[in-house]
Design a protein around this ligand. Structure first.
Ligand code: N01
Length: 504
């Protein structure tokens, strides 16, 4: 029996979850197609990950011209690689210019979404009350849930603990004893910013990272003027960056070959920046470059080599009062512990809130096999659910915004089909989904992500790569240009409107 409360906050043709790149892009394309929708955002601001992550030095390591919507290029980027405040400002401007802001309900978190096979609707519980929708677009973001490791004694640690994605901007590291756990993309941006301020910095490294030279530079005022006057020029620069990444970087990552050039660049960079041979040895990775995300930076290694920094490679055994203790028994006193420990990706808990037609949550389905879907967008047994930046849409060489944008015509095509053909449920065929995932896994087999000898968030607990798209990204875009209804079971509306069936 359907809960009548689900009518209270109203019914929408489409509910979009999240107002980051995915939700904003979806809303723009839905509005263009004349599809009624609302966006539910748990924060009080748009931006998603680019609003949540405010740690010092937070910056995108993808060039700005590419890390933006193709239909809303920004001639004003101040740097070829933008800092977080500027990316957030960009997203806010796009959301305002395209009228997205008016469709966002802020401070509204979706706590549960359940497919109701009687009404052919998604019934949602939110922190602002219940509502319902014909279709759901989940743009909750796959790097949205901080991974917080447990250390013995952390509950009684007397210092402050901050995850990189939950930075407390009021905390001042000046003169403090700071510990940073992690050496990933977030840590290499944080460490150089806090090292000059801290009294003592300890960087706890479990795995050394491949650090490449950073090519960022300020964009000159004549370039701004040229991009303003000639948008085609900016599109050309964007295309050059895009095709360089596709044809120079991707083939090396896919076949785990020709990585020598990347390895040499990184080792030369290390040698030039760290004179101490012993420290260099500790900072030299033992896996293939690209297996984990490559991290370009010019100021991380000098910060590690600085006099007030100690690189600790012994494993952490626990915390005790104001101390962090390592396996060799050494205790170091800390005022603050920064967890740059990444995100829950393959074990993200948001899918546990989404229940499909057989009463199982998406999390349960994924836990019984592995995270997977069709075209990274739809899921058998979860009708009318579309996910942006879903399984195997991640990339290690280019912009995720490109992948999200590639999904939008597909989602809009499906929603148009629902509306125009009197269809109430579209459910991807399990055999189609299975053969799609076989194809993905086959293509990933020789890739550096699978064979490079590292453990990364790209792999799930079974060692299966359920995050990366293993081909040229323009092939993904081509695949999703048209909604392939033949891959779906569809149910046509009965002569009586679903709302009347339930509520009438
Ligand atoms: O997280 P990570 P991140 N004890 O998972 C260590 C995106 N991003 O936040 O390597 C000790 O990469 C862990 O050690 P190990 C980007 O897609 C983008 O840095 O597992 N150490 C590792 O060193 C990126 O890939 C930008 O041995 C522990 C680190 O913590 C993704 O976010 C900027 C530990 C986690 O590294 C995640 O990056 C920033 C433990 N118990 C982030 N647990 C852009 O510029 C974890 N670690 C676009």
């Amino acid at each position: 029996m359907t809960d009548p409360r689900h009518h209270e906050l109203g019914h929408h043709d489409v509910v979009v979850i999240g107002a980051g790149f995915g939700g904003i892009g979806a809303s723009i394309k839905l509005a263009e197609a004349g599809i009624e929708h609302v966006i539910l955002e748990k924060a009080s601001e748009v931006g998603g990950t680019w609003w949540a992550n405010k740690y010092p030095g937070c910056r995108c390591d993808v060039p700005s011209h590419l890390y933006s919507f193709s239909f809303a290029l920004n001639p004003e980027w101040s740097n070829t690689y933008s800092l977080q405040p500027e990316i957030h400002q960009y997203l806010r401007k796009v959301a305002t210019d395209y009228g997205v802001i008016e469709r966002v309900r802020f401070d509204t978190e979706v706590t549960a979404a359940r497919w109701d096979d009687t009404t052919k609707r998604w019934l949602l519980d939110t922190t602002a009350g219940p509502m319902s929708a014909d279709a759901l677009i989940s743009a909750h973001g796959f790097l949205s849930e901080p991974a917080v490791p447990h250390f013995d004694g952390i509950e009684s640690f007397t210092g402050q603990v901050m995850h990189s994605a939950q930075w407390d901007p009021s905390y001042d590291v000046k003169g403090k004893r700071v510990g940073v756990i992690g050496t990933g993309a977030s840590a290499v941006q944080i460490v150089p910013r806090i090292q000059p301020e801290a009294k003592q910095l300890y960087v706890f490294q479990r795995t050394a990272a491949w650090i490449l030279p950073h090519r960022g530079r300020p964009i000159r005022s004549w370039e701004h003027a040229a991009y303003r006057r000639l948008p085609a020029l900016q599109r050309l620069v964007r295309a050059l960056v895009y095709y360089r990444n596709e044809f120079l970087i991707l083939p090396a990552l896919l076949r785990s070959k020709r990585l020598d050039l990347i390895r040499k660049m990184a080792l030369d960079h290390l040698e030039a920046q760290v004179p101490d041979r012993e420290l260099r040895a500790k900072l030299t990775p033992t896996f293939a470059p690209g297996c984990k995300r490559l991290t370009p930076t010019n100021d991380y290694l000098p910060a590690i080599a600085a006099a007030n920094t100690e690189l600790v490679t012994e494993g952490i055994t626990g915390l005790r009062g104001d101390e962090i203790v390592t396996a060799d028994g050494v205790a170091r006193k800390l005022d603050v512990l920064i967890l740059a420990t990444g995100f829950r990706v393959t074990d993200n808990t948001f899918p546990a809130r989404i229940t499909g037609r057989h009463g199982r949550t998406l999390r349960e389905v994924w836990d019984s096999a592995s995270m997977g879907g069709y075209n990274g967008t739809t899921f058998a047994g979860f009708p009318n659910l579309f996910m942006l930046a879903g399984p195997n849409t991640g990339i290690g060489h280019t912009s995720l915004v490109y992948m999200i944008e590639a999904q939008l015509p597909y989602v809009v095509g499906a929603l148009r089909h629902l509306k125009e053909r009197n269809v109430v449920a579209l459910d991807v065929r399990p055999d189609v989904q299975a053969s799609y995932n076989e194809m993905i896994q086959r293509k990933l087999r020789l890739s550096v992500w699978n064979t490079g000898g590292c453990s990364s968030w790209y792999l799930d607990k079974l060692g299966r790569n359920s995050t990366i798209w293993p081909d040229y990204t323009f092939k993904f875009a081509k695949r999703l240009r048209r909604f392939d209804v033949e891959s779906y079971y569809q149910e046509v509306a009965p002569s009586v409107a679903p709302a009347e069936l339930v509520y009438g």
